[in-house]
Design a protein around this ligand. Structure first.
Ligand SMILES: [Zn+2]
Length: 140
């Protein structure tokens, strides 16, 4: 993993994700996560993880952000930043990778820590040979 320098648009995305992280509700894992998505319309939608006493109902930050974007009618995702505290940048779970793929198969993924570490990758790298709408013959 390398620490990378980001352009201003990606740094802004990390900044928004960091602010959103402060709103995470994670009393059980204490692993607070913030996410911010930039869409092709150049809008930013953010989300935080929201845990629940019934653990299985917990929602990740990444999917919270995707659902906010799609719910706002903004379906074409261009980039996501995901921010956590600690030494290692986060790694989106499998469920989030699948949900991100639906609306942004070529999206850029910025994984960052509050301490300034950054890893830049792509969804295609995180989820190769993905299942998506094209396999259903549904298009978008
Ligand atoms: Zn997830």
């Amino acid at each position: 993993m390398s620490d990378e320098t980001l352009g201003p648009a990606d740094e802004e995305l990390v900044r928004v994700a960091s602010l959103q992280r402060e709103r995470a509700y994670a009393p059980y894992s204490r692993y607070k996560v913030g996410a911010a998505i930039r869409t092709k319309r150049n809008k930013i939608h953010s989300g935080a993880n929201v845990e629940n006493a019934s653990y299985g109902l917990t929602m990740c930050a990444e999917r919270s952000a995707v659902f906010g974007a799609v719910g706002a009618g903004d379906r074409e995702l261009e980039a996501i930043a995901v921010v956590v505290a600690g030494d290692e940048p986060p790694s989106p779970c499998g469920a989030c990778r699948q949900v991100l793929y639906e609306h942004g198969p070529a999206m850029r993924v910025i994984l960052a820590t509050t301490g300034g570490r950054r890893r830049v990758t792509t969804l295609r790298e995180l989820l190769p040979d993905a299942f998506g709408p094209a396999r259903l013959g549904a298009g978008s």
